[in-house]
Design a protein. Structure first.
Length: 625
Protein backbone atom coordinates (compact mmCIF):
# COMPACT_ATOMS: atom_id res chain seq x y z
CA UNK A 1 0.00 0.00 0.00
CA UNK A 2 1.42 3.19 -1.05
CA UNK A 3 1.49 6.28 0.98
CA UNK A 4 -1.16 7.81 -1.16
CA UNK A 5 -3.40 4.89 -0.60
CA UNK A 6 -2.89 5.34 3.04
CA UNK A 7 -3.99 8.93 2.82
CA UNK A 8 -7.18 8.24 0.91
CA UNK A 9 -8.11 5.47 3.16
CA UNK A 10 -7.49 7.63 6.14
CA UNK A 11 -9.97 10.19 4.87
CA UNK A 12 -12.54 7.62 4.13
CA UNK A 13 -12.05 5.65 7.16
CA UNK A 14 -11.93 8.59 9.68
CA UNK A 15 -14.30 8.12 12.65
CA UNK A 16 -17.65 10.01 12.86
CA UNK A 17 -18.44 12.39 15.80
CA UNK A 18 -20.55 10.89 18.45
CA UNK A 19 -24.26 11.97 18.73
CA UNK A 20 -23.65 13.61 22.06
CA UNK A 21 -21.32 16.12 20.46
CA UNK A 22 -23.91 17.17 17.83
CA UNK A 23 -26.54 17.68 20.43
CA UNK A 24 -24.18 19.75 22.46
CA UNK A 25 -23.53 22.06 19.56
CA UNK A 26 -27.21 22.45 18.82
CA UNK A 27 -27.83 23.30 22.40
CA UNK A 28 -25.19 25.96 22.31
CA UNK A 29 -26.76 27.52 19.26
CA UNK A 30 -30.18 27.45 20.89
CA UNK A 31 -28.81 29.02 24.03
CA UNK A 32 -27.14 31.77 22.03
CA UNK A 33 -30.39 32.50 20.15
CA UNK A 34 -32.35 32.54 23.39
CA UNK A 35 -29.87 34.88 25.00
CA UNK A 36 -30.01 37.17 22.01
CA UNK A 37 -33.81 37.12 22.15
CA UNK A 38 -33.75 37.87 25.87
CA UNK A 39 -31.34 40.72 25.31
CA UNK A 40 -33.56 42.12 22.56
CA UNK A 41 -36.62 41.69 24.75
CA UNK A 42 -34.89 43.44 27.60
CA UNK A 43 -33.88 46.24 25.29
CA UNK A 44 -37.41 46.62 23.96
CA UNK A 45 -38.81 46.47 27.48
CA UNK A 46 -36.50 49.26 28.50
CA UNK A 47 -37.56 51.28 25.47
CA UNK A 48 -41.20 50.66 26.28
CA UNK A 49 -40.53 51.66 29.86
CA UNK A 50 -38.83 54.87 28.74
CA UNK A 51 -41.72 55.63 26.40
CA UNK A 52 -44.16 55.00 29.19
CA UNK A 53 -42.20 57.26 31.51
CA UNK A 54 -42.07 59.96 28.88
CA UNK A 55 -45.80 59.64 28.36
CA UNK A 56 -46.34 59.90 32.06
CA UNK A 57 -44.10 62.98 32.26
CA UNK A 58 -45.89 64.47 29.24
CA UNK A 59 -49.28 63.80 30.78
CA UNK A 60 -48.07 65.30 34.03
CA UNK A 61 -46.73 68.33 32.15
CA UNK A 62 -50.01 68.69 30.27
CA UNK A 63 -51.96 68.38 33.50
CA UNK A 64 -49.69 70.92 35.19
CA UNK A 65 -50.01 73.25 32.20
CA UNK A 66 -53.76 72.89 32.24
CA UNK A 67 -53.79 73.54 35.98
CA UNK A 68 -51.61 76.61 35.54
CA UNK A 69 -53.79 77.81 32.69
CA UNK A 70 -56.92 77.14 34.74
CA UNK A 71 -55.41 79.01 37.70
CA UNK A 72 -54.36 81.84 35.44
CA UNK A 73 -57.83 82.10 33.96
CA UNK A 74 -59.38 81.92 37.42
CA UNK A 75 -57.09 84.51 38.98
CA UNK A 76 -56.49 86.92 36.08
CA UNK A 77 -58.19 90.32 36.74
CA UNK A 78 -59.43 90.50 33.14
CA UNK A 79 -62.87 89.09 32.45
CA UNK A 80 -62.83 86.00 30.22
CA UNK A 81 -65.88 84.26 28.84
CA UNK A 82 -66.26 81.66 26.09
CA UNK A 83 -69.27 81.24 23.88
CA UNK A 84 -70.08 78.44 21.48
CA UNK A 85 -72.69 79.00 18.80
CA UNK A 86 -73.35 82.39 20.40
CA UNK A 87 -74.12 80.93 23.85
CA UNK A 88 -71.93 81.51 26.90
CA UNK A 89 -70.38 78.21 28.06
CA UNK A 90 -67.67 79.47 30.41
CA UNK A 91 -66.99 82.53 32.59
CA UNK A 92 -64.09 83.16 34.93
CA UNK A 93 -64.64 84.85 38.33
CA UNK A 94 -63.53 88.25 36.92
CA UNK A 95 -66.24 87.97 34.24
CA UNK A 96 -68.84 87.12 36.87
CA UNK A 97 -67.73 90.19 38.85
CA UNK A 98 -67.70 92.40 35.76
CA UNK A 99 -71.25 91.46 34.83
CA UNK A 100 -72.47 91.47 38.42
CA UNK A 101 -73.66 87.84 38.30
CA UNK A 102 -74.91 86.52 41.64
CA UNK A 103 -74.19 82.88 40.81
CA UNK A 104 -71.63 81.15 38.65
CA UNK A 105 -74.20 79.67 36.29
CA UNK A 106 -76.48 82.70 36.10
CA UNK A 107 -75.26 83.71 32.64
CA UNK A 108 -74.24 80.29 31.30
CA UNK A 109 -76.31 79.35 28.30
CA UNK A 110 -77.43 82.95 27.65
CA UNK A 111 -76.72 84.78 24.39
CA UNK A 112 -73.34 86.50 24.46
CA UNK A 113 -74.63 89.35 22.30
CA UNK A 114 -77.08 90.29 25.09
CA UNK A 115 -74.08 91.45 27.15
CA UNK A 116 -73.57 94.34 24.71
CA UNK A 117 -75.73 97.51 24.56
CA UNK A 118 -78.18 97.50 21.63
CA UNK A 119 -76.41 100.34 19.82
CA UNK A 120 -73.15 98.35 19.72
CA UNK A 121 -74.51 94.90 18.86
CA UNK A 122 -74.24 95.21 15.10
CA UNK A 123 -70.57 96.25 15.36
CA UNK A 124 -69.89 93.54 17.92
CA UNK A 125 -71.61 90.81 15.91
CA UNK A 126 -69.71 91.75 12.80
CA UNK A 127 -66.39 91.73 14.59
CA UNK A 128 -67.09 88.53 16.52
CA UNK A 129 -68.77 86.33 13.97
CA UNK A 130 -67.18 87.61 10.79
CA UNK A 131 -63.57 88.43 11.63
CA UNK A 132 -63.07 85.67 14.17
CA UNK A 133 -64.88 83.10 12.05
CA UNK A 134 -62.25 83.83 9.43
CA UNK A 135 -59.60 82.85 11.99
CA UNK A 136 -58.63 86.45 12.63
CA UNK A 137 -57.96 87.98 16.00
CA UNK A 138 -60.46 90.71 16.71
CA UNK A 139 -58.48 93.92 17.31
CA UNK A 140 -58.57 95.61 20.68
CA UNK A 141 -61.34 98.17 20.86
CA UNK A 142 -63.23 100.35 23.31
CA UNK A 143 -66.61 98.91 24.10
CA UNK A 144 -69.38 98.93 26.65
CA UNK A 145 -70.86 95.76 28.14
CA UNK A 146 -74.05 95.41 30.14
CA UNK A 147 -74.15 94.20 33.71
CA UNK A 148 -76.97 91.98 34.86
CA UNK A 149 -78.70 95.07 36.30
CA UNK A 150 -78.51 96.80 32.91
CA UNK A 151 -75.77 99.28 33.86
CA UNK A 152 -73.14 99.81 31.15
CA UNK A 153 -69.46 99.33 31.93
CA UNK A 154 -66.59 100.74 29.84
CA UNK A 155 -64.13 98.00 28.83
CA UNK A 156 -61.20 97.43 26.53
CA UNK A 157 -62.15 94.30 24.57
CA UNK A 158 -60.71 91.74 22.15
CA UNK A 159 -61.72 88.24 21.04
CA UNK A 160 -60.11 85.21 19.43
CA UNK A 161 -61.16 81.84 18.02
CA UNK A 162 -60.38 78.74 20.11
CA UNK A 163 -61.27 75.02 20.27
CA UNK A 164 -63.22 74.41 23.48
CA UNK A 165 -65.01 71.24 24.56
CA UNK A 166 -64.61 69.81 21.06
CA UNK A 167 -66.34 72.78 19.49
CA UNK A 168 -65.32 75.83 17.53
CA UNK A 169 -65.76 78.68 20.02
CA UNK A 170 -64.91 82.32 20.68
CA UNK A 171 -63.04 83.53 23.73
CA UNK A 172 -63.73 87.12 24.76
CA UNK A 173 -61.38 89.09 27.01
CA UNK A 174 -62.35 92.43 28.56
CA UNK A 175 -60.54 94.83 30.89
CA UNK A 176 -62.63 97.20 33.00
CA UNK A 177 -61.44 100.75 32.22
CA UNK A 178 -64.15 102.63 34.12
CA UNK A 179 -61.73 104.19 36.61
CA UNK A 180 -59.30 105.08 33.84
CA UNK A 181 -62.09 106.70 31.84
CA UNK A 182 -63.23 108.64 34.90
CA UNK A 183 -59.64 109.77 35.45
CA UNK A 184 -59.30 110.75 31.79
CA UNK A 185 -62.58 112.65 31.96
CA UNK A 186 -61.39 114.42 35.10
CA UNK A 187 -58.15 115.43 33.38
CA UNK A 188 -60.09 116.56 30.30
CA UNK A 189 -62.47 118.53 32.51
CA UNK A 190 -59.55 120.24 34.23
CA UNK A 191 -58.07 121.11 30.85
CA UNK A 192 -61.32 122.63 29.58
CA UNK A 193 -62.96 124.05 32.70
CA UNK A 194 -62.22 126.63 35.36
CA UNK A 195 -61.45 124.91 38.66
CA UNK A 196 -62.93 127.65 40.87
CA UNK A 197 -66.36 128.00 39.24
CA UNK A 198 -66.64 124.83 37.15
CA UNK A 199 -67.39 126.96 34.08
CA UNK A 200 -65.82 126.30 30.67
CA UNK A 201 -62.47 128.03 30.21
CA UNK A 202 -61.23 130.08 27.28
CA UNK A 203 -60.18 127.07 25.19
CA UNK A 204 -63.56 125.32 25.49
CA UNK A 205 -65.43 128.59 24.93
CA UNK A 206 -63.56 129.27 21.69
CA UNK A 207 -64.15 125.68 20.58
CA UNK A 208 -67.90 126.02 21.13
CA UNK A 209 -67.91 129.39 19.40
CA UNK A 210 -66.03 127.89 16.44
CA UNK A 211 -68.77 125.24 16.10
CA UNK A 212 -71.61 127.70 16.65
CA UNK A 213 -70.53 130.06 13.83
CA UNK A 214 -70.95 127.66 10.86
CA UNK A 215 -74.16 126.31 12.40
CA UNK A 216 -75.61 129.83 12.64
CA UNK A 217 -74.35 130.58 9.13
CA UNK A 218 -76.25 127.59 7.71
CA UNK A 219 -79.41 128.66 9.53
CA UNK A 220 -79.00 132.35 8.60
CA UNK A 221 -79.14 133.26 12.29
CA UNK A 222 -77.18 135.49 14.64
CA UNK A 223 -75.11 134.70 17.70
CA UNK A 224 -73.65 137.07 20.28
CA UNK A 225 -70.51 137.14 22.44
CA UNK A 226 -70.79 139.01 25.76
CA UNK A 227 -67.58 139.97 27.58
CA UNK A 228 -68.17 140.80 31.26
CA UNK A 229 -65.72 142.34 33.71
CA UNK A 230 -66.75 142.99 37.32
CA UNK A 231 -66.45 146.58 38.50
CA UNK A 232 -64.08 147.22 41.40
CA UNK A 233 -63.49 143.53 42.08
CA UNK A 234 -59.95 144.35 43.23
CA UNK A 235 -61.40 146.28 46.17
CA UNK A 236 -63.24 143.15 47.34
CA UNK A 237 -60.02 141.12 47.23
CA UNK A 238 -57.99 143.84 48.93
CA UNK A 239 -60.48 144.64 51.70
CA UNK A 240 -62.20 141.29 52.35
CA UNK A 241 -59.53 138.84 51.22
CA UNK A 242 -59.12 136.39 48.37
CA UNK A 243 -61.35 133.74 49.96
CA UNK A 244 -64.30 136.16 49.89
CA UNK A 245 -63.29 137.20 46.39
CA UNK A 246 -63.47 133.54 45.30
CA UNK A 247 -66.89 133.22 46.92
CA UNK A 248 -68.05 136.25 44.96
CA UNK A 249 -66.78 134.77 41.69
CA UNK A 250 -68.71 131.55 42.33
CA UNK A 251 -71.83 133.59 43.09
CA UNK A 252 -71.44 135.56 39.87
CA UNK A 253 -70.97 132.31 37.92
CA UNK A 254 -74.27 130.96 39.30
CA UNK A 255 -76.01 134.25 38.51
CA UNK A 256 -74.82 134.19 34.91
CA UNK A 257 -75.93 130.57 34.47
CA UNK A 258 -79.47 131.56 35.46
CA UNK A 259 -79.48 134.50 33.04
CA UNK A 260 -79.06 132.40 29.89
CA UNK A 261 -80.56 129.32 28.27
CA UNK A 262 -79.33 125.78 28.75
CA UNK A 263 -77.63 125.64 25.34
CA UNK A 264 -75.85 128.99 25.79
CA UNK A 265 -72.32 128.97 27.21
CA UNK A 266 -71.02 130.83 30.25
CA UNK A 267 -67.23 130.72 30.64
CA UNK A 268 -64.62 132.26 32.91
CA UNK A 269 -61.48 133.56 31.26
CA UNK A 270 -59.66 134.27 34.51
CA UNK A 271 -59.68 136.83 37.29
CA UNK A 272 -63.03 138.62 37.25
CA UNK A 273 -63.54 138.22 33.50
CA UNK A 274 -66.45 136.16 32.20
CA UNK A 275 -67.66 135.60 28.66
CA UNK A 276 -70.98 134.33 27.34
CA UNK A 277 -71.94 132.74 24.04
CA UNK A 278 -75.58 133.45 23.21
CA UNK A 279 -76.16 130.74 20.66
CA UNK A 280 -78.75 130.73 17.91
CA UNK A 281 -81.65 130.99 17.70
CA UNK A 282 -81.94 134.22 19.67
CA UNK A 283 -85.60 134.55 18.68
CA UNK A 284 -87.34 137.64 20.04
CA UNK A 285 -84.74 137.99 22.82
CA UNK A 286 -82.07 140.46 21.77
CA UNK A 287 -78.53 140.35 23.15
CA UNK A 288 -79.17 143.79 24.64
CA UNK A 289 -82.11 142.43 26.63
CA UNK A 290 -79.97 139.63 28.03
CA UNK A 291 -77.22 142.13 28.93
CA UNK A 292 -79.80 144.24 30.76
CA UNK A 293 -81.04 141.13 32.60
CA UNK A 294 -77.47 140.28 33.63
CA UNK A 295 -76.86 143.83 34.83
CA UNK A 296 -80.06 143.81 36.90
CA UNK A 297 -79.25 140.43 38.48
CA UNK A 298 -75.68 141.45 39.32
CA UNK A 299 -76.88 144.66 40.94
CA UNK A 300 -78.84 142.73 43.55
CA UNK A 301 -77.09 142.88 46.94
CA UNK A 302 -75.05 139.81 47.89
CA UNK A 303 -73.86 138.76 51.33
CA UNK A 304 -70.09 138.78 51.68
CA UNK A 305 -68.40 138.33 55.04
CA UNK A 306 -71.71 138.90 56.78
CA UNK A 307 -72.43 142.19 55.01
CA UNK A 308 -74.44 143.18 51.96
CA UNK A 309 -72.46 144.30 48.92
CA UNK A 310 -73.62 145.51 45.53
CA UNK A 311 -71.51 144.25 42.65
CA UNK A 312 -71.85 145.61 39.15
CA UNK A 313 -70.30 144.64 35.85
CA UNK A 314 -69.30 146.25 32.56
CA UNK A 315 -70.17 144.34 29.40
CA UNK A 316 -69.16 144.45 25.77
CA UNK A 317 -71.02 142.67 22.97
CA UNK A 318 -70.00 141.54 19.50
CA UNK A 319 -72.31 139.88 16.97
CA UNK A 320 -72.04 137.30 14.24
CA UNK A 321 -72.22 137.95 11.31
CA UNK A 322 -72.24 141.74 11.83
CA UNK A 323 -68.75 141.92 13.35
CA UNK A 324 -67.11 138.99 11.54
CA UNK A 325 -66.88 135.21 11.71
CA UNK A 326 -63.57 134.54 13.45
CA UNK A 327 -63.91 133.31 17.08
CA UNK A 328 -60.79 135.10 18.36
CA UNK A 329 -61.81 138.36 16.69
CA UNK A 330 -65.36 138.21 18.04
CA UNK A 331 -63.98 137.66 21.54
CA UNK A 332 -61.48 140.48 21.15
CA UNK A 333 -64.15 142.85 19.80
CA UNK A 334 -66.41 142.09 22.77
CA UNK A 335 -63.43 142.84 25.02
CA UNK A 336 -62.90 146.19 23.27
CA UNK A 337 -66.57 147.06 23.72
CA UNK A 338 -66.35 146.12 27.42
CA UNK A 339 -63.54 148.64 27.97
CA UNK A 340 -65.68 151.26 26.25
CA UNK A 341 -68.46 150.44 28.73
CA UNK A 342 -66.02 151.00 31.60
CA UNK A 343 -64.97 154.33 30.11
CA UNK A 344 -68.63 155.29 29.85
CA UNK A 345 -69.09 154.96 33.60
CA UNK A 346 -69.21 151.21 34.30
CA UNK A 347 -72.30 149.18 35.22
CA UNK A 348 -73.55 149.03 31.64
CA UNK A 349 -72.93 147.52 28.23
CA UNK A 350 -71.76 148.61 24.81
CA UNK A 351 -71.97 146.98 21.38
CA UNK A 352 -68.78 146.80 19.38
CA UNK A 353 -68.37 149.39 16.62
CA UNK A 354 -65.65 150.05 14.08
CA UNK A 355 -65.02 153.39 15.76
CA UNK A 356 -63.93 151.45 18.85
CA UNK A 357 -61.54 149.44 16.71
CA UNK A 358 -60.11 152.65 15.26
CA UNK A 359 -59.61 154.05 18.76
CA UNK A 360 -57.89 150.83 19.83
CA UNK A 361 -55.62 150.90 16.79
CA UNK A 362 -54.72 154.48 17.65
CA UNK A 363 -54.03 153.48 21.24
CA UNK A 364 -51.79 150.61 20.12
CA UNK A 365 -49.92 153.02 17.85
CA UNK A 366 -49.59 155.40 20.80
CA UNK A 367 -48.28 152.67 23.08
CA UNK A 368 -45.70 151.55 20.53
CA UNK A 369 -44.66 155.16 20.09
CA UNK A 370 -44.24 155.56 23.86
CA UNK A 371 -41.89 152.59 23.94
CA UNK A 372 -39.74 154.25 21.30
CA UNK A 373 -40.06 157.70 22.88
CA UNK A 374 -37.98 156.70 25.89
CA UNK A 375 -35.34 155.11 23.67
CA UNK A 376 -35.24 158.13 21.32
CA UNK A 377 -35.39 160.74 24.12
CA UNK A 378 -38.50 162.35 22.62
CA UNK A 379 -39.92 163.59 25.94
CA UNK A 380 -39.47 167.20 27.04
CA UNK A 381 -40.41 169.14 30.17
CA UNK A 382 -42.36 172.36 30.22
CA UNK A 383 -42.59 174.36 33.41
CA UNK A 384 -45.49 176.36 34.87
CA UNK A 385 -44.64 178.99 37.49
CA UNK A 386 -46.15 178.88 40.96
CA UNK A 387 -46.60 182.35 42.40
CA UNK A 388 -46.72 183.50 46.04
CA UNK A 389 -49.80 185.70 46.58
CA UNK A 390 -48.11 187.70 49.33
CA UNK A 391 -45.10 188.81 47.23
CA UNK A 392 -45.98 188.06 43.60
CA UNK A 393 -42.68 186.21 43.19
CA UNK A 394 -42.18 182.86 41.51
CA UNK A 395 -41.62 180.42 44.39
CA UNK A 396 -41.81 177.16 42.49
CA UNK A 397 -42.30 175.44 39.16
CA UNK A 398 -44.39 172.42 38.20
CA UNK A 399 -42.62 170.17 35.72
CA UNK A 400 -45.13 169.10 33.08
CA UNK A 401 -44.32 166.29 30.68
CA UNK A 402 -44.71 166.74 26.94
CA UNK A 403 -44.10 164.23 24.14
CA UNK A 404 -42.63 165.59 20.94
CA UNK A 405 -43.34 162.66 18.59
CA UNK A 406 -41.78 162.79 15.10
CA UNK A 407 -44.84 161.00 13.71
CA UNK A 408 -47.65 162.43 15.87
CA UNK A 409 -46.32 165.89 16.70
CA UNK A 410 -46.74 167.37 20.19
CA UNK A 411 -48.97 164.85 21.99
CA UNK A 412 -51.00 166.27 24.94
CA UNK A 413 -50.30 164.56 28.27
CA UNK A 414 -53.99 163.79 28.80
CA UNK A 415 -53.75 161.63 25.66
CA UNK A 416 -50.66 159.58 26.43
CA UNK A 417 -50.40 159.52 30.26
CA UNK A 418 -53.39 157.10 30.68
CA UNK A 419 -51.83 154.84 28.04
CA UNK A 420 -48.50 154.97 29.85
CA UNK A 421 -50.20 154.02 33.12
CA UNK A 422 -52.09 151.10 31.58
CA UNK A 423 -49.01 149.77 29.79
CA UNK A 424 -46.80 149.98 32.90
CA UNK A 425 -44.51 152.52 31.25
CA UNK A 426 -45.37 155.27 33.72
CA UNK A 427 -42.71 154.23 36.27
CA UNK A 428 -39.91 154.42 33.69
CA UNK A 429 -41.30 157.73 32.40
CA UNK A 430 -41.60 159.07 35.96
CA UNK A 431 -37.96 158.19 36.61
CA UNK A 432 -37.01 160.04 33.41
CA UNK A 433 -38.95 163.13 34.57
CA UNK A 434 -37.21 163.10 37.96
CA UNK A 435 -33.79 162.69 36.37
CA UNK A 436 -34.47 165.44 33.80
CA UNK A 437 -35.76 167.88 36.42
CA UNK A 438 -32.68 167.35 38.62
CA UNK A 439 -30.33 167.65 35.63
CA UNK A 440 -32.04 170.92 34.66
CA UNK A 441 -31.81 172.31 38.21
CA UNK A 442 -28.09 171.54 38.28
CA UNK A 443 -27.59 173.21 34.91
CA UNK A 444 -29.48 176.33 36.05
CA UNK A 445 -27.48 176.54 39.25
CA UNK A 446 -24.20 176.16 37.35
CA UNK A 447 -25.37 178.93 35.00
CA UNK A 448 -25.94 181.25 37.97
CA UNK A 449 -29.76 181.37 37.66
CA UNK A 450 -31.92 181.86 40.75
CA UNK A 451 -33.35 178.36 41.12
CA UNK A 452 -36.67 177.55 42.80
CA UNK A 453 -38.13 174.16 43.83
CA UNK A 454 -39.56 172.01 41.05
CA UNK A 455 -42.71 169.94 41.65
CA UNK A 456 -42.79 166.52 40.00
CA UNK A 457 -45.97 164.46 39.64
CA UNK A 458 -45.71 160.90 40.97
CA UNK A 459 -47.98 158.20 39.54
CA UNK A 460 -49.61 155.58 41.75
CA UNK A 461 -47.52 152.70 40.41
CA UNK A 462 -44.34 154.74 40.79
CA UNK A 463 -45.20 155.70 44.37
CA UNK A 464 -45.93 152.08 45.27
CA UNK A 465 -42.71 150.85 43.68
CA UNK A 466 -40.20 149.50 46.17
CA UNK A 467 -37.30 151.24 44.41
CA UNK A 468 -38.72 154.79 44.58
CA UNK A 469 -36.68 155.80 47.63
CA UNK A 470 -33.45 154.35 46.22
CA UNK A 471 -34.15 155.90 42.81
CA UNK A 472 -34.68 159.33 44.37
CA UNK A 473 -31.46 159.12 46.38
CA UNK A 474 -29.54 157.97 43.33
CA UNK A 475 -30.80 160.79 41.09
CA UNK A 476 -30.16 163.49 43.72
CA UNK A 477 -26.63 162.19 44.27
CA UNK A 478 -25.97 161.83 40.54
CA UNK A 479 -26.76 165.50 39.82
CA UNK A 480 -25.74 166.95 43.20
CA UNK A 481 -29.13 168.58 43.76
CA UNK A 482 -30.38 169.77 47.15
CA UNK A 483 -33.41 167.58 48.11
CA UNK A 484 -35.22 170.75 49.20
CA UNK A 485 -35.46 171.75 45.52
CA UNK A 486 -37.67 168.72 44.69
CA UNK A 487 -41.34 168.46 45.59
CA UNK A 488 -43.47 165.36 44.97
CA UNK A 489 -47.10 165.91 44.00
CA UNK A 490 -49.21 162.93 45.08
CA UNK A 491 -52.84 162.53 44.08
CA UNK A 492 -55.40 162.29 46.85
CA UNK A 493 -56.65 158.89 45.65
CA UNK A 494 -53.07 157.57 45.45
CA UNK A 495 -52.37 158.40 49.08
CA UNK A 496 -55.64 156.80 50.21
CA UNK A 497 -55.30 153.45 48.37
CA UNK A 498 -53.24 152.08 51.25
CA UNK A 499 -52.98 154.90 53.81
CA UNK A 500 -50.66 153.12 56.24
CA UNK A 501 -48.21 152.17 53.49
CA UNK A 502 -48.48 155.68 52.05
CA UNK A 503 -47.69 157.26 55.43
CA UNK A 504 -44.62 155.02 55.85
CA UNK A 505 -43.34 155.90 52.36
CA UNK A 506 -44.00 159.62 52.91
CA UNK A 507 -41.94 159.62 56.10
CA UNK A 508 -39.05 157.92 54.31
CA UNK A 509 -39.20 160.51 51.52
CA UNK A 510 -39.49 163.30 54.06
CA UNK A 511 -36.37 162.00 55.78
CA UNK A 512 -34.49 162.48 52.52
CA UNK A 513 -35.48 166.15 52.62
CA UNK A 514 -38.01 166.61 49.84
CA UNK A 515 -41.34 168.43 50.16
CA UNK A 516 -44.70 166.85 49.32
CA UNK A 517 -48.08 168.13 48.21
CA UNK A 518 -51.49 166.46 47.87
CA UNK A 519 -52.59 167.17 44.29
CA UNK A 520 -56.21 167.55 43.11
CA UNK A 521 -57.39 167.82 46.70
CA UNK A 522 -61.17 167.60 47.11
CA UNK A 523 -61.77 165.32 44.12
CA UNK A 524 -61.22 162.07 46.04
CA UNK A 525 -62.53 160.60 49.27
CA UNK A 526 -59.89 161.44 51.84
CA UNK A 527 -60.19 160.32 55.41
CA UNK A 528 -59.29 163.37 57.49
CA UNK A 529 -57.96 161.18 60.29
CA UNK A 530 -55.30 160.00 57.84
CA UNK A 531 -54.76 163.43 56.29
CA UNK A 532 -53.55 164.86 59.59
CA UNK A 533 -50.96 162.05 59.74
CA UNK A 534 -49.61 162.67 56.23
CA UNK A 535 -46.23 164.48 56.49
CA UNK A 536 -47.10 166.77 53.56
CA UNK A 537 -46.40 170.47 53.16
CA UNK A 538 -49.11 171.67 50.83
CA UNK A 539 -52.66 171.03 49.61
CA UNK A 540 -53.31 171.76 45.96
CA UNK A 541 -56.86 172.89 45.10
CA UNK A 542 -58.09 171.20 41.94
CA UNK A 543 -58.78 173.42 38.95
CA UNK A 544 -62.34 172.04 38.70
CA UNK A 545 -63.16 174.03 41.87
CA UNK A 546 -61.11 177.04 40.78
CA UNK A 547 -63.02 177.17 37.49
CA UNK A 548 -66.40 177.58 39.24
CA UNK A 549 -65.11 179.81 42.00
CA UNK A 550 -66.76 183.02 40.78
CA UNK A 551 -70.15 181.71 39.67
CA UNK A 552 -70.71 178.58 41.77
CA UNK A 553 -71.38 179.04 45.48
CA UNK A 554 -70.72 175.37 46.21
CA UNK A 555 -67.28 175.52 44.58
CA UNK A 556 -66.54 178.66 46.51
CA UNK A 557 -67.53 176.98 49.78
CA UNK A 558 -65.35 173.97 49.01
CA UNK A 559 -62.33 176.16 48.21
CA UNK A 560 -62.84 178.13 51.41
CA UNK A 561 -63.12 174.93 53.45
CA UNK A 562 -59.96 173.44 51.92
CA UNK A 563 -57.94 176.59 52.65
CA UNK A 564 -59.11 176.72 56.27
CA UNK A 565 -58.50 172.98 56.72
CA UNK A 566 -54.97 173.27 55.34
CA UNK A 567 -54.10 176.22 57.54
CA UNK A 568 -55.51 174.48 60.63
CA UNK A 569 -53.13 171.59 59.88
CA UNK A 570 -50.19 173.95 59.32
CA UNK A 571 -50.15 173.40 55.54
CA UNK A 572 -49.85 175.85 52.68
CA UNK A 573 -52.41 175.93 49.85
CA UNK A 574 -51.97 176.43 46.14
CA UNK A 575 -54.80 176.77 43.61
CA UNK A 576 -54.23 175.54 40.07
CA UNK A 577 -56.06 176.63 36.92
CA UNK A 578 -56.29 180.31 37.90
CA UNK A 579 -57.21 182.18 34.72
CA UNK A 580 -59.15 185.30 35.69
CA UNK A 581 -58.80 188.32 37.92
CA UNK A 582 -62.02 187.37 39.72
CA UNK A 583 -60.66 183.96 40.66
CA UNK A 584 -57.44 185.57 41.86
CA UNK A 585 -59.29 188.08 44.07
CA UNK A 586 -61.46 185.45 45.73
CA UNK A 587 -58.52 183.16 46.39
CA UNK A 588 -56.50 185.95 47.92
CA UNK A 589 -59.47 187.00 50.03
CA UNK A 590 -59.78 183.49 51.47
CA UNK A 591 -56.08 183.39 52.33
CA UNK A 592 -54.80 181.04 49.59
CA UNK A 593 -51.00 181.04 49.68
CA UNK A 594 -50.04 180.35 46.05
CA UNK A 595 -51.55 180.13 42.60
CA UNK A 596 -50.61 178.77 39.20
CA UNK A 597 -52.45 179.11 35.94
CA UNK A 598 -52.85 181.03 32.69
CA UNK A 599 -53.55 184.25 34.55
CA UNK A 600 -49.83 184.53 35.21
CA UNK A 601 -48.31 182.12 32.73
CA UNK A 602 -49.05 179.02 30.73
CA UNK A 603 -46.52 176.15 30.91
CA UNK A 604 -43.36 177.18 29.08
CA UNK A 605 -40.49 175.27 27.50
CA UNK A 606 -37.16 175.48 29.28
CA UNK A 607 -35.94 178.50 27.33
CA UNK A 608 -39.03 180.53 28.28
CA UNK A 609 -38.85 179.73 31.97
CA UNK A 610 -35.10 180.42 32.04
CA UNK A 611 -35.82 183.90 30.70
CA UNK A 612 -38.41 184.54 33.44
CA UNK A 613 -36.03 183.36 36.18
CA UNK A 614 -33.14 185.37 34.77
CA UNK A 615 -35.24 188.52 34.46
CA UNK A 616 -36.88 188.09 37.87
CA UNK A 617 -40.42 188.32 36.47
CA UNK A 618 -43.08 188.75 39.14
CA UNK A 619 -46.87 189.01 39.21
CA UNK A 620 -48.27 192.45 39.98
CA UNK A 621 -50.54 192.49 43.01
CA UNK A 622 -52.24 195.80 42.29
CA UNK A 623 -55.56 194.09 41.56
CA UNK A 624 -55.61 192.73 45.11
CA UNK A 625 -55.33 196.15 46.79
Amino acid sequence: MTPSDFSNNAAVDAPRAPPSTVASRSLLRERAARKEAETLLEQKSRELYDINQNLRRLNTHIEESEARYRTLVELIPDAIWIHTDGRIVFMNPAALHLFGARAGDELLGTAAIDRVPPESRAQMAEGTYHDIAAAQLMPRSALQVLRCDGEPVDVEYFGCRIWFNNADSVMSVAHDVTERRLHEKAIEHQATHDQLTGLPNRALFLDRLAHAIPRAERRKERIAVVFLDLDKFKQVNDTLGHAIGDELLRTVADTLRHCVRDFDTVARLGGDEFVLLLDSPLGDTTPGMIAERIGARLARPVMLAGQEHVITGSMGLSLFPDDGNDPENLLRQADIAMYRAKEAGRNGFQFFTQEMQSRLDARVTLERGLLRALERDEFVLHYQPQVDLASGRIVGLEALLRWQSPELGLVPPMQFIPVAEESNLITAIGTWVLDKACATLRAWRDAGLPVVPVAVNVAASQFAHQDLEATLRGVLEKHGVDPALIEFELTESLSMEDPEASIAMMHRLKAIGIAMAIDDFGTGYSNLSYLKRFPVDKLKIDQSFTRGLVNDAEDRSIVTAVIRLAHSLGLRTIAEGVETEGQLRLLAAQGCDEIQGYYFSRPLPEAGIVAMLRDGVTMTLDVLR
